[in-house]
Design a binder for this molecule. Structure first.
Ligand SMILES: [Zn+2]
Ligand SMILES: [Zn+2]
Length: 123
């Protein structure tokens, strides 16, 4: 049990293809959402090569090569393109599937209620 939990926490979802928006990780069973982020220079707006530094999205270089500013903004990309792929960083978010689970349960309950009613009608 403990080992299982440890494994889940350690999973980096390596089998989730980066070009898919949402997918279930075949290694841990969690629903994963791929999110791409890119940083831009806050001063001149040029795209900066982005990485994750200590759990935070940040540009790889401290200063903009275009204007020398160290201010930046983080932009979420809707779709990854080949132009952005060299700049963007991929974040794999785990989606807690409580809501999905709940809707499946209610669907199943509706069906089970409907079943005996149909039987009475046919009799
Ligand atoms: Zn995983
Ligand atoms: Zn700049």
């Amino acid at each position: 049990m403990f080992l299982e939990r440890l494994f889940v926490r350690k999973c980096t979802h390596p089998n989730i293809s980066p070009d898919i928006e949402n997918a279930y990780c075949p290694d841990c069973g969690k629903l994963i959402r791929n999110e791409w982020f890119v940083t831009r220079c806050a001063c001149c707006g040029v795209k900066l090569k982005t990485m994750v530094k200590q759990g935070k999205i940040a540009p790889q270089r401290h200063y903009c090569s275009n204007c020398g500013s160290n201010e930046f903004t983080i932009e979420k990309l809707d779709k990854i393109s080949f132009i952005n792929i060299n700049f963007a960083v991929l974040i794999k978010h785990v989606i807690e599937n409580d809501t999905i689970h709940a809707s499946t349960v209610s669907l199943w309950q509706e069906k089970s209620i409907e079943q005996p009613r149909l039987l009475t009608q046919s009799l």
